[in-house]
Ligand binder design. Sequence first.
Ligand SMILES: Cc1cc2nc3c(=O)[nH]c(=O)nc-3n(C[C@H](O)[C@H](O)[C@H](O)COP(=O)(O)OP(=O)(O)OC[C@H]3O[C@@H](n4cnc5c(N)ncnc54)[C@H](O)[C@@H]3O)c2cc1C
Ligand code: SF4
Length: 519
Amino acid sequence: MKRLRNLVLVLGDQLDLEASAFNAFDAKQDAVWMAEAREESTHVWSSKQRIALFLSAMRHFAQALRAAGRPLHYHRLDDTGHVAVLETLGAKLRADLMTLAPERVVMTAPGDWRVFHQLKAVVEAAGLTLEVCEDCHFFTTVSDFATHAKGRKSLRLEYFYRELRQRHNILMDDGQPAGGQWNFDTDNRETFGTKGPGVLPPRSAFKPDSITNSVITLVNTLFADHPGTLDSFAWPVTRTQALQALQRFIDERLALFGRYEDALWPGEPWLYHSHLSSAMNLKLLSAREVVQAAEMAYRAGHVPLQSAEGFIRQILGWREYVRGIYWTQMPGYIERNALGAEENLPTWFWTGNTDMACLRDALTQTLEHGYAHHIQRLMVTGLFTLLLGVRPQQVHAWYLSVYVDAVEWVELPNTLGMSQYGDGGLMASKPYVATGKYIQRMGGPCKGCRYDPALREGDKACPYTTLYWDFLIRHEPLLAKNARMALQVKNLTRMTDSQKQAVKLRADTIRRGAVGVAQ
Ligand SMILES: Cc1cc2nc3c(=O)[nH]c(=O)nc-3n(C[C@H](O)[C@H](O)[C@H](O)COP(=O)(O)OP(=O)(O)OC[C@H]3O[C@@H](n4cnc5c(N)ncnc54)[C@H](O)[C@@H]3O)c2cc1C
Ligand code: SF4
């Protein structure tokens, strides 16, 4: 019998028939390998939404591979047999390399350092070399980023983003940025005012089919004690659905995306965001086609430039940038803790059982849908853990667990770097800190909350406001060195010693858990 030539490994976030690992695929000589492994749902305590999305999308992709005539070796979590009981991707691959004995093992560059090194070690132990193909889904390579970063004292998104706009000719007119400006950030900070957002376009929801329904049953059985629920599961799990979600976003939401990018509103999880991150991260959609669709909508006069630019900056800018940070900084990055934060994550982060209205909103919708928009992640959940002083590694594990779009290359720099300042300023030029008044101003639910964002002391003091001042007091020497924090730190001089003492006492009460838990 002829020996298997290439075994192409496909991970749960590489669901693209056009991926570069398939470039030389020949169905007569090659085969694809995919596996559902328990460890991928347990190394952090993954939410049911996240597990179900990955499994359902993988099973749908397996169907697409078979329809395309590509031979496939696929392990399901509910299979029986000696490989099925193996917990890790590495152990399953080791067993299969013995029986399949391929000449070569090929894969598209993985998104996760841990998984990459696990699989590489297994392949090398089998006497083979793991051939890694560039992930063409991204606009840049990791070495592009390394070249950009080389010799720079500090890394800032803006320069990288401008380079990419020029190199890929995106939103450019005769070599100049469209509209004469690179960035419309200052136009993108509107709130919904006192009247609220009014009628919002409904979310693109996809009714579970038989594959998704069987995955839902499986997850509810095998991972019954994992966080969240699956009652509302409606994420795109196929390329066709992802393309429909993209079109709906372009038609119905993009026009107002820029304007309300930073806004909050109680009970409204979806607002004008795209909800496309999971489809992009699973590679059901390519970042290139998403950016192109947004630019085309602008060129056709359907959406204003501020929205198209704001949206494109998130993908061409932030998304590429954080990937570069992750792959150039790992493995040490995950251990960084520049502020020496050592508190534990409050247990109610896993239940939403808090009397702080903004956090209750963000946590409840996170557990229900596996989704929160950027400002909720950065300035509600992330801000709270930063101010409380939670160990960044615990915060990272939480974010990686609960969101459907959570894959380490994008989640870790956002959490540890941008949100928790754990890398000491590599990702963000200053810690994103604010009082409860910021949340109130952006449309947070302060009116219906038992706390008052204007108060920093006393029983009704908003925990954010108390902890903000406590953060400045605790980190004053470090923050004073940062020019962008100068104004905030200067305000400390207006506080008397007894006011500072009162803040510290209340902050300690919050840290002991005596404030914040719903009664
Ligand atoms: C603490 C924290 C953790 C995060 N974890 C993740 C994560 O695990 N996975 C993830 O994809 N994003 C993460 N983000 C970035 C961002 O919050 C999400 O991409 C966004 O909320 C997803 O919702 P959306 O698709 O509706 O995004 P939209 O608001 O519609 O934005 C459009 C797209 O831009 C990209 N994008 C926006 N902001 C960022 C960013 N800061 N970094 C990278 N890409 C960005 C996403 O692909 C997103 O789909 C995190 C942000 C923070 C502050
Ligand atoms: S008062 Fe404070 S805790 Fe309550 S909703 Fe506003 S910001 Fe959140």
